[in-house]
Design a protein around this ligand. Structure first.
Ligand SMILES: C[S@@+](CC[C@H](N)C(=O)[O-])C[C@H]1O[C@@H](n2cnc3c(N)ncnc32)[C@H](O)[C@@H]1O
Length: 269
C-alpha cells in the first residue's frame, strides 16, 4: 500500500493527538524562525507583491499548522508599518496528505483570524484579507499551478519518503536502517531519498514565482554512519518491540495447536 494513502498524524486534540504531542516540532520551527523571517523580508523587499501566496507543506493538524503563516504575515505587517504602505492580501495554502485532519484546522480558523487581527493592531483589516486553502496531496508531485507560490515552507516533514524502497527483503527483523542492515538496504534508502527529493525540488521549481523563496527544515544526522543512533535508534527499539510481539503471538499460537491436539486425543480415549 502507498504511504500517501495511509500516512497521517493522529487527528483531533485529545491526549494522543499530534496537536497535543508536537512540542519538539514547535521548537524546530522556533529555531528556524530567523531564517524564515529573513526569507520573507528579502522576498517582500525585492518584489513588493500585492498578493502573497504562502504554502506550508506537510502542515499536519495542531498548534504548529498556522504558526508559521502567522509569523510570516507579522513580518510583512512590520515592514509595511515601517514603510507606511498597504498590507498585501495573503493566500495561505495548507498542504498535507489526504488522511490529515483538515477538519480540525478549518474549525480553528475563525479564532485564529480573530487573534491575528488583534496582534496586527492598526492594520486589523489584514487578517480579513488572509485566505486559507487546504491542499490535500503528496508534495512529491505537483500541487500548484506554475509560477503561483511566493514562499514555500516545510518543517519536519521531508524526512518522510514517498514509499518504502524496493529491495528490502534482506533487511530481516528490521523496519528501517539498522546496525544489522546489509549495505544494499542502506543504498536502497539513500536512492529513494535522492529520487524523492529531486522530484520535490523539480515540482517546486515549477510552482515558485521568480525570486520566490523556500525554507525547508528536516531531520538529518552528523554521523557518517547511516544507521547511527543519532537518528535510527528509535526504529531499532520499535523493531525489537514488534519482534517480541510476533514471537509472543507465535508462542501462543503454537500452544493453542498443542492444546487442541491434546483435546482431540483425550476425546479419543
Ligand atoms: C511530523 S509532521 C510535521 C507537521 C508540522 N509541519 C510541524 O512542524 O508540526 C510531518 C507531516 O508531514 C506529512 N507528510 C509526510 N509525507 C508527506 C507527503 N508526501 N506530502 C504531504 N505531506 C506529507 C505528514 O502527514 C505529517 O502531517
Amino acid at each position: 500500500m502507498e504511504v500517501v494513502q495511509v500516512l497521517h498524524m493522529n487527528g483531533g486534540v485529545g491526549g494522543t493527538s499530534y496537536a497535543s504531542n508536537s512540542l519538539v516540532q514547535e521548537k524546530v520551527i522556533s529555531i528556524a524562525k530567523p531564517i524564515t523571517e529573513e526569507a520573507m523580508t528579502k522576498l517582500f523587499c525585492s518584489t513588493s507583491p500585492t498578493k502573497v501566496a504562502i504554502a506550508d507543506l506537510g502542515c499536519s493538524s495542531g498548534p504548529n499548522t498556522l504558526l508559521v503563516a502567522s509569523e510570516l504575515i507579522k513580518v510583512v505587517n512590520k515592514i509595511c508599518d515601517k514603510l507606511g504602505s498597504q498590507l498585501p492580501e495573503f493566500q495561505v495554502f495548507l498542504n498535507d496528505l489526504p488522511g490529515n485532519d483538515f477538519n480540525t484546522i478549518f474549525r480553528s480558523l475563525a479564532s485564529f483570524q480573530k487573534i491575528l487581527r488583534k496582534q496586527l493592531g492598526s492594520a486589523s483589516g489584514a487578517a480579513g484579507q488572509c485566505f486559507f486553502t487546504g491542499v490535500p496531496g503528496s508534495f512529491y508531485g505537483r500541487l500548484f499551478p506554475r509560477n503561483s507560490v511566493h514562499l514555500f515552507h516545510s518543517s519536519y516533514s521531508l524526512q518522510w519518503l514517498s514509499q518504502v524502497p524496493d529491495g528490502l527483503e534482506s533487511n530481516k527483523g528490521n523496519i528501517f536502517m539498522a546496525s544489522t542492515s546489509p549495505p544494499c538496504v542502506l543504498t536502497a534508502y539513500y536512492e529513494q531519498f535522492q529520487r524523492d527529493f529531486s522530484l520535490f525540488l523539480k515540482c517546486r521549481s515549477e510552482e515558485l514565482v521568480a525570486e520566490g523563496r523556500m525554507v525547508l527544515t528536516f531531520l538529518g544526522r552528523k554521523s557518517q554512519d547511516p544507521s547511527s543512533k543519532e537518528c535510527c535508534y528509535i526504529w531499532e527499539l520499535l523493531a525489537t518491540a514488534l519482534n517480541n510481539m510476533v514471537s509472543e503471538v507465535t508462542k501462543s499460537f503454537l500452544l493453542l495447536i498443542v492444546f487442541n491436539q491434546l483435546n482431540y486425543k483425550l476425546k479419543d480415549l
